[in-house]
Design a protein around this ligand. Structure first.
Ligand code: SF4
Length: 261
């Protein structure tokens, strides 16, 4: 199956390049009920059978009171697939939703993070895998550059504060057109989150911008991902990375293109 091969190649590339998974790891996949995390789960289950390192995969879902459909069909699907899945209702998140229904993402994700660490600790896992896609990395890159004044996106690999857990994002090179098509082939129930219905204007604008440019440049996201992996700090404006005193005398100033209006 062509799509499966493409997915595994891209996930394998991310896992290898960023040393995401190591011998003896137990990886807990954060299943949100959407197409991306389901694709991630399947990809890691397939990879576990082929990879040169030995690792096991389990999955969990945190209920924060935002699912728009009952979760049971997802549980049934995972049971049939033989997936070790834990479903956890986070009471503090439900209270938050009741007491402050308009709370923002900051508070919500802080509650979720606490719940996730608790669940994963109980599962005996040392790695947590999240389903952020290439689209999420590109959006975050542009959003940060255009609206927060920073050149940054998301970390493909990082650690919890005390290094108890390694946090990984193996779908960094997988675009959402792949996760959408792959999830369709799984026949898995997709459980939408209420928040997905109210996409913010910035996110919507960036997505619109991408689809407009991609009509002429279909590899736009691959190019952006490549840019994130090839920094040229001496051509940016952060003095920490500039040769202010000319110490690197052998550095050759490249010819700059003449900018015209
Ligand atoms: S989008 Fe919704 S579920 Fe996600 S962090 Fe924000 S409030 Fe929470």
């Amino acid at each position: 199956m062509e799509l499966e091969k493409i997915l595994l190649r891209k996930v394998g590339e991310a896992v290898g390049r960023f040393k995401m998974i190591r011998d003896g790891d137990r990886v807990a996949v954060a299943l949100s009920g959407g197409k991306d995390s389901l694709t991630l789960l399947e990809a890691l289950l397939l990879l576990a059978k082929k990879a040169p390192v030995e690792f096991s995969v389990c999955a969990f879902t945190v209920e924060q009171g935002k699912f728009l459909r009952p979760i049971e069909p997802l549980g049934e699907y995972l049971k049939q697939r033989g997936v070790d899945w834990t479903y956890h209702t986070d009471r503090p998140s439900l209270r938050l939703l009741k007491e402050q229904p308009d709370h923002g993402c900051d508070l919500c994700s802080r509650y979720r993070r606490r719940a996730v660490y608790e669940i994963v600790r109980g599962l005996g896992a040392n790695v947590i895998a999240f389903g952020h896609t290439a689209d999420d990395f590109c959006e975050s890159f542009l959003r940060n550059a255009m609206f927060t004044g920073r050149v940054s996106a998301l970390p493909p690999i990082t650690y919890s504060r005390d290094k108890e857990f390694r946090l990984i994002r193996p779908l960094v090179f997988v675009t959402e057109d792949i996760t959408t098509r792959f999830a369709e082939t799984l026949g898995a129930p997709i459980i939408p989150c209420g928040c997905s219905q109210r996409t913010g204007t910035v996110r919507k604008s960036i997505r619109g911008l991408f689809s407009e440019i991609e009509k002429d440049y279909p590899h736009l996201k691959e190019t952006l991902l490549s840019a994130m992996g090839h920094l040229e700090p001496s051509r940016l404006l952060d003095p920490r990375y500039l040769d202010l005193e000319g110490h690197k005398s052998d550095a050759i100033e490249p010819l700059l293109p003449i900018l015209t209006e």
